[in-house]
Design a protein around this ligand. Structure first.
Ligand code: ADP
Ligand code: NI
Length: 215
């Protein structure tokens, strides 16, 4: 196997090249934040740092939204790992993590390995808090979704439906994330980010509804 440091360095270049100009909230800086969070969580939870960092760097290269299909995205990553002589056992671990970590409307089964739990937590932490709010609106703009539609029900729509609003996304996913995290370290980081989203929504609705300013 190539030296782990060289593999990480090449994976960073690969992710940058693949995702540099992504407009959907999965750009290189998302990868960089998830990678840093994954390394911090791996240290705190005594997990394999190399596996967590490598999976974090590669996790969105295979995203179904950014490839012709989920399979095509996964094949691209597998080919990259093979071409970089990554040990078979590590290739398998990384492939399992990135093929099962997506939120997928909350329908995927729980992650089995500690490293999988960590990379999934790191990705989910980047979907909440101030950065999470920014990403939700960036994603909505990219998809052409509306900001908010009071009184409309979205309950029966598919997770990837274009009929939903950015504000609904907080209720279907972002406000639920803190209770879906796997590790105690991630739950600790999530607390303040969650409170920040709640106060954002409170102010949003106040501005939206309240129009008696008594000036
Ligand atoms: P994952 O990357 O785990 O598969 P998603 O694709 O669901 O997760 O989410 C990626 C980013 O896009 C997140 O920041 C998420 O909040 C945002 N996002 C996904 N769906 C929507 C939506 N319908 N409205 C607003 N933001 C969304
Ligand atoms: Ni991601």
């Amino acid at each position: 196997m190539n030296h782990p440091e060289d593999i990480i360095h090449s994976a960073e270049k690969f992710a940058k090249q693949q995702l540099e100009f992504d407009p959907s909230g999965h750009d290189w800086w998302h990868i960089q934040r998830v990678r840093k969070l994954a390394v911090e969580l791996a240290k705190a939870e005594h997990a394999n740092i190399f596996v967590c960092e490598l999976a974090a760097l590669l996790h969105d290269v295979a995203d179904e939204k950014l490839n012709v299909s989920k399979e095509a995205g996964l094949s691209k990553v597998l080919l990259w790992l093979t071409n970089h002589n990554v040990e078979h056992r590590i290739t398998e671990e990384v492939m399992t993590i990135i093929s099962t970590m997506s939120y997928n409307g909350g329908k995927n089964p729980p992650m089995e390995t500690l490293e999988g739990k960590i990379v999934q937590d790191a990705d989910r932490l980047d979907a909440i808090g101030a950065v999470g709010i920014a990403r939700a609106f960036a994603y909505s703009g990219w998809k052409g979704l509306q900001i908010h539609h009071p009184g409309k029900s979205f309950e029966n729509l598919d997770y990837r439906s274009n009929e939903k609003t950015a504000i609904y996304h907080f209720h279907e996913k972002l406000l639920r994330i803190k209770d879906l995290l796997n590790t105690d370290s991630a739950k600790k980081i999530a607390e303040q980010r969650h409170r920040f989203m709640e106060s954002f929504l409170e102010q949003f609705h106040q501005e939206w509804e309240f129009n008696d300013y008594n000036l």
